[in-house]
Design a protein around this ligand. Structure first.
Ligand SMILES: [Zn+2]
Length: 105
C-alpha cells in the first residue's frame, strides 16, 4: 500500500482540478482546441493525488475518450424519469454515462 497524500496536498490538487476545468470551459468557448489537454491534465492530477473529480465536474468530460463535454455541442444530455438519471452521450466516441439523481440529499 502506498501512503496516501497529506490532506493539504489533496486540497491543493482539487483546486487545480477545478481551475483546469474552468480553463477547459474557456478554451471550448473560445475554440482554441485546448480543452482536451486541460481535461487530461485535470484527470492526471486527480489520479496522482487520488482525489475524485468533484460531482459537478464529472459530467464535463468523457470517461472513455477524455473529451471535454459541453451540453448541446460535444455531448447530448437527456434525462430519464424512469431511471431517475441524467444520461449524457459523448458525441465523439458515443460513450454513454449515467448520473443518477435524487439518491442523495
Ligand atoms: Zn467520448
Amino acid at each position: 500500500m502506498r501512503r496516501t497524500k497529506p490532506a493539504w496536498q489533496k486540497e491543493l490538487a482539487l483546486e487545480r482540478v477545478k481551475k483546469l476545468f474552468e480553463l477547459a470551459a474557456e478554451a471550448h468557448r473560445e475554440k482554441t482546441g485546448m480543452e482536451g489537454r486541460y481535461v487530461e491534465l485535470a484527470r492526471d492530477i486527480a489520479m496522482h493525488y487520488r482525489v475524485s473529480v468533484p460531482k459537478g465536474l464529472r459530467a464535463k468530460f468523457c470517461r472513455k475518450c477524455g473529451s471535454y463535454l459541453s451540453a448541446g455541442s460535444t455531448s447530448a444530455v437527456r434525462t430519464s424519469a424512469a431511471k431517475k438519471a441524467v444520461i449524457i452521450t459523448c458525441k465523439k466516441c458515443g460513450n454513454i454515462m449515467r448520473f443518477p439523481y435524487g439518491k442523495r440529499n
